[in-house]
Design a protein around this ligand. Structure first.
Ligand code: FES
Length: 127
């Protein structure tokens, strides 16, 4: 399983939006460094956050137990399980927001925007 990732800070800087269908194409063409954009392999037994860390990425987190939303990602392609969620409201789940500290990939292909803790609707929830 592989995941294509993009830092939410880049969207903020570039004026791109999460609902842009060509978001990852734009990111691929933008000459971003590996902190901001790229791909890595995900082990299905690991959470997305654990796989990110195992491949040298430092993604935000705090509780690692589904309770703070610091690790939130927006799933733009594919799906991530969500076995534990003590923080995200139903409308965030409907918009594809998931917690990377507990979520494991359940599709072979995945694209996520990480660092969405800065999205205003998520920033308001964080503990
Ligand atoms: Fe707190 Fe994931 S790190 S919900």
């Amino acid at each position: 399983v592989s995941v294509e990732y993009l830092d939410y800070d880049v969207l903020d800087d570039q004026g791109w939006t999460l609902d842009d269908g060509s978001l990852f194409g734009k990111a691929a063409d933008a000459g971003l460094d590996a902190t901001d954009y790229g791909t890595f392999s995900v082990t299905p037994e690991r959470t997305l956050l654990e796989s990110a860390e195992a491949t040298g990425h430092e993604w935000p987190y705090s509780c690692r137990g589904g309770a703070c939303a610091n690790c939130a990602v927006a799933v733009c392609r594919g799906e991530l399980s969500q076995p534990v969620n003590h923080i995200l409201p139903a409308d965030a789940i409907d918009r594809g927001i998931r917690l990377s500290c507990v979520g494991k990939p359940i599709t072979d292909d995945l694209a996520v925007v990480y660092n969405v803790k800065h999205l205003p609707s998520i920033a308001d929830l964080r503990l």
